[in-house]
Structures are given as structure tokens and as C-alpha cells.
Design a protein around this ligand. Sequence first.
Ligand code: ZN
Length: 119
Amino acid sequence: MSYGNPIKSAARRRALELQLVRYDPHVACINGHMSERYTKHDTCIQCLTEWRQKHKNELGDLSNQWQKRNRAHMREYHRQWREKNAERWQELMEKSAAQRRKNKQKKNANLINNTNKEN
Ligand SMILES: [Zn+2]
């Protein structure tokens, strides 16, 4: 995988001008994909997808570590958001409580149905 290709093709220069996130280089990448690339660092999207899949477990761990490190930060962030958006927060809480009630009823209904089927 190559990041930050210093050579800018005409297609990429144009994409940069148009501030596109991705562009079609019309040439195969180093691994032979005829895939779109991210304009910013000229990374083949197919390569990136495959790399991500290959390293999914490690990336998952990294993301967990990040979350752990940032938990305090996120908590603070949410607290401030709730203070700033007290009404919206109340609204969201009521909505999710209603949703939970609905799900619970659904679950119970399913349980009853399943029990009837088993008997
Ligand atoms: Zn590729």
C-alpha cells in the first residue's frame, strides 16, 4: 500500500482541483486493481478495503484501546453536550425509552409465539 504518491496524474490533479474525495485514475494500482482512489493520498480503495479486512482484528483492538483511552474524554464531551442540548437530550431519552418499551413488547410477543409453537 502506498501513501502520498508525489506524482500527480492529470486525473488526480483535476480531482484535487474539484476537491473530490475519490477519483478514477483509469489505471491499475500496484496490485492490479482497477479501482477508484482517494484523491488526498492516492490510495487504491480496493487495496485499502482488503488491507482493512486482513487487519480487522488488530484494528478492532486498536479501536478498543483508543476508546479506553478516550473514555473520560468522551464522557466529558457527552456531559457537555447534554448540558448544552438539555431539551434535545430529554427528547432523545423519551424516544429511546419508547423504543425500548416497544422492543420489549415485541420480544414478549415473540416469546409467547415461540412457546406456543414448541408446545
Ligand atoms: Zn489496489
